[in-house]
Design a binder for this molecule. Structure first.
Ligand SMILES: *Cc1c(COP(=O)(O)O)cnc(C)c1O
Length: 366
């Protein structure tokens, strides 16, 4: 089957033909072959994140990435006596705050402009002003804009105060080198369809075992109870509590192997960064301005300002789609913009083809 276009979106993204092919078989969930696949994935995720298996564990959870974030907040934050601080500089940070509202968790939101990275100094001040805070959550790669927030400078501030740290690393894990043993954060959440380059269907949580062990009975949702899921996966290795996305799991196992063949996270990061650099340089040469300061820009997705007030994004989008690429609308509320992702099974030759199409569009519309 021929793909009508390449996805230049931040997940779901374009997967390799071999990842798609891994979904052609129907698997049984209780069979030991399948459970071995699941168990191997759990270990490979720890290795990918450089997390010591004696200290960390992986919990897999059915659903999209938000299910993983919600499950982590709902399990990590106890029903009584806890206050969550959320650092927000985009839609995904705001989503964490929304989760806290649903769970009636008292929370302190520290808001930043969407084109600005989370500033550790301001977090330090906010923590000093709110000694009642027990838990902290933020986003690593804020997919709203493509900003990479400085989690390696934030987590130590939390450690110093004994605050539990929760990082949404959805669109960075697997594509941005991250050493859990050094970062020492308590929970890190990601999903199958981002930088590992699998297909959508489950989220996963890398959790510090000593923290997760304290969360029995915290969850306010049966199906999102990551403590119970962890217990089930530990007692009967590789067994999920409820029906798991078997095809997605096999695609993910293949995707993890392909990540290793590519040379691991460092090599994947280099490919993504080269894509992003080519895109950013090429678009600026075509007259598009960046929304985000290059110092804060990550390799995942890049936001560009509309070149003029009468810019017709829909026409631009359709023109590009008909020629083989799907891009993304903008998500920054205050700046009219669009976004182009640089992750998935794409390389700089794809980016150059895209730039040529955009150049054609400009020639035809001017
Ligand atoms: C993709 C993403 C999520 C999860 O979104 P879903 O639509 O639930 O998969 C959460 N946070 C960030 C930063 C993301 O990029």
């Amino acid at each position: 089957m021929k793909q009508p276009y390449l996805l230049l979106t931040p997940g779901p993204l374009s997967t390799t033909p071999t990842v798609k092919a891994a979904m052609q078989i129907d698997y049984c969930t209780w069979d030991s072959d399948y459970r071995t696949v699941t168990e191997t994935i759990r270990q490979q995720i720890l290795a990918m994140a450089e997390a010591n298996p004696n200290n960390y564990t992986t919990v897999l959870l059915q659903g999209s990435g938000s299910y993983g974030v919600e499950a982590t907040i709902g399990a990590a934050v106890p029903r009584e006596g806890a206050v969550l601080m959320v650092a927000i500089n985009g839609a995904y940070g705001r989503r964490i705050s929304e989760i806290a509202d649903y769970y009636a968790i008292p929370h302190v939101d520290v808001e930043f402009a969407e084109d600005e990275a989370v500033d550790p100094q301001r977090i330090e001040q906010a923590l000093a002003a709110h000694p009642e805070v027990t838990h902290f959550a933020t986003v690593h790669s804020e997919t709203t804009t493509g900003i990479l927030n400085p989690i390696e400078r934030l987590v130590p501030l939390l450690k110093a105060r004994g605050i539990v740290s929760i990082i949404d690393a959805m669109s960075s894990l697997g594509g941005v080198p991250l050493v859990m043993d050094q970062l020492d954060c308590d929970y890190l959440v990601s999903s199958a369809n981002k930088c590992v380059q699998g297909v959508p269907g489950f989220a996963f949580i890398i959790a510090k075992q000593s923290e997760l062990a304290k969360t029995a009975g915290n969850a306010r949702s049966l199906s999102l109870d990551i403590y119970a899921q962890w217990q089930a996966m530990t007692k009967q290795p590789g067994k999920w509590r409820f029906t798991s996305p078997t095809h997605v799991v096999h695609a993910f196992a293949q995707a993890l192997n392909e990540l290793e063949i590519e040379g691991g996270v460092v090599q994947r990061y280099r490919r993504y960064a080269a894509n992003q650099q080519a895109l950013s340089d090429g678009m600026q040469a075509l007259g598009f301005d960046l929304v985000i300061d290059p110092a804060d820009q990550g390799p995942i997705i890049t936001s560009f300002k509309y070149p003029s007030t009468d810019f017709d994004f829909d026409a631009f989008y359709q023109f590009i789609k008909e020629r083989g690429f799907v891009i993304y609308p903008g998500k920054v509320s205050t700046i009219p913009s669009f976004r182009i992702g640089t992750i998935g099974d794409v390389d700089t030759t794809d980016i150059q083809r895209l730039l040529a199409i955009i150049s054609d569009y400009q020639r035809l519309t001017h």
